[in-house]
Design a protein. Structure first.
Ligand SMILES: [Zn+2]
Length: 326
C-alpha cells in the first residue's frame, strides 16, 4: 500500500474528512456535507481494502492525474457517464484556450532579434513551456522548457512556470540567480516527483547572449561555418530546493541562430520505431543556417513530418528559432 502516491492521497482524504467533520459541527448538519463525508469515508475504506484507485466498471487503474485532481474519482476516463465525459471535454477545451493565451506571438521581433516558435500539444493541452519577454533595458529573454509528465497536471505546472518567470524577470536578477530562485520556488510548491528541464536565455541589444541550460536538450548554435551545442550544465529545475546553476555567455555574429526544441522533436519516432535524433536535426539546421527563423522552423517541421510519415505524435512538441540579425 505504502507507495508515495497513496500516502499523499490518503493524507488529502484525511484532511478532507477532518474539515468536513469540523464543518458539520460548526455549520450544523446539512445533507450536502453528509454526502461529501460519506464519499470521503468510502474512499478511505477503499484505501484500507486495497481497491482504491481502481475503476468500478473495468477495475483498471484510474488515471493518476485525475486522482490527484479529485481523490474521490471512482471511474477511469473510459467509463465516465456521457454527461461527465462532455463536462470533461468542455473543461479541457477551455484549459487549452487558456494555455494558448499564455503563448508568445508566433513571430517576434525585438531590436536586432527575430524569433519564430511552434507549439503543439500531443493531447489537448501541453506540458511544454515557451515564452519570450523583454525588460526595460533593451534585453530580451527566451525560455523553452518541458515539465515532467504529460496532460493536465503537466499543463498546470507549465502555467505555474509561466507566472513565476514573468514575475522573476521583472525584478531584473542576474540570470543564474533568476534560475536558482525559480528552481527553489518550483521545488517548494510542487510534488517531489515534478520537475522541469528548461533553457533560459537573455539576449542584449548588441547580440550577446547568456544561456542557462537546466537539464534540457542541447541548444544548437548555428554559425556561418559551424554548429555548436550548448549543453546542459545543471540539473532540471525543481529537483532540489538549493540547486545552483551556471550560464554560458556567447557573442552572436549577425546571421547566427539558436535552435531550441523539446523532446517531441528530437525523440519523435517513426513507424519503424527509429528516433528522429539530434544529429539529424543538427545536419538539417547546418544546411539551412542562413534561413530566417520562420523558414528554418518550417524546414525542421517538414523534415520531422517526412520522417514520422504519419506515425502518431507521442509527445508535446515545441521548437523555437532565434536569429540575431545585427
Ligand atoms: Zn474503467
Amino acid at each position: 500500500m505504502a507507495n508515495p502516491m497513496e500516502v499523499l492521497l490518503r493524507d488529502q482524504l484525511v484532511v478532507r474528512q477532518q474539515k468536513l467533520e469540523t464543518a458539520l459541527v460548526k455549520l450544523g448538519d446539512s445533507a450536502n456535507l453528509r454526502q461529501l463525508l460519506r464519499e470521503v469515508d468510502a474512499a478511505l475504506d477503499r484505501l484500507n481494502n486495497g481497491v482504491y484507485g481502481l475503476c468500478e466498471v473495468c477495475h483498471d487503474p484510474v488515471e493518476t492525474d485525475r486522482l490527484l485532481a479529485d481523490p474521490l474519482e471512482r471511474f477511469c476516463i473510459d467509463h465516465l457517464s456521457p454527461h461527465e465525459q462532455q463536462a470533461l471535454e468542455r473543461d479541457l477545451a477551455m484549459a487549452a484556450r487558456v494555455q494558448a493565451e499564455l503563448l508568445p506571438k508566433p513571430d517576434f521581433v525585438f531590436g536586432g532579434w527575430q524569433v519564430a516558435r511552434h507549439y503543439e500539444a500531443a493531447g489537448v493541452v501541453s506540458g511544454d513551456y515557451c515564452d519570450l519577454m523583454t525588460d526595460g533595458d533593451g534585453n530580451f529573454y527566451f525560455i523553452l522548457g518541458d515539465v515532467s509528465g504529460k496532460g493536465v497536471a503537466a499543463a498546470m505546472l507549465m502555467t505555474q512556470l509561466h507566472a513565476m518567470f514573468r514575475s522573476l524577470i521583472s525584478i531584473g536578477l542576474p540570470l543564474e540567480q533568476l534560475i536558482e530562485r525559480a528552481s527553489s520556488l518550483f521545488c517548494e510548491s510542487t510534488l517531489s516527483t515534478h520537475y522541469a528541464t528548461l533553457v533560459c536565455g537573455k539576449g542584449s541589444r548588441a547580440g550577446e547572449v547568456e544561456i542557462c541550460n537546466a537539464g534540457h536538450l542541447p541548444v544548437l548554435w548555428l554559425r556561418r561555418d559551424k554548429i555548436e551545442s550548448i549543453e546542459a550544465t545543471g540539473l532540471p529545475i525543481g529537483v532540489f530546493c538549493e540547486e545552483k546553476f551556471s550560464c554560458r555567455k556567447a557573442q552572436l555574429a549577425p546571421g547566427d541562430s539558436l535552435l531550441l526544441y523539446t523532446d517531441g522533436l528530437s525523440e519523435a519516432r517513426n513507424s519503424s520505431d527509429e528516433e528522429y535524433g539530434i544529429e539529424r536535426l543538427a545536419k538539417l539546421a547546418s544546411e539551412r543556417h542562413s534561413l530566417p527563423p520562420q523558414s528554418l522552423l518550417s524546414a525542421c517541421l517538414e523534415d520531422l513530418k517526412r520522417f514520422s510519415a504519419g506515425a502518431r505524435q507521442g509527445d508535446d512538441l515545441t521548437v523555437m528559432s532565434i536569429r540575431w540579425a545585427g
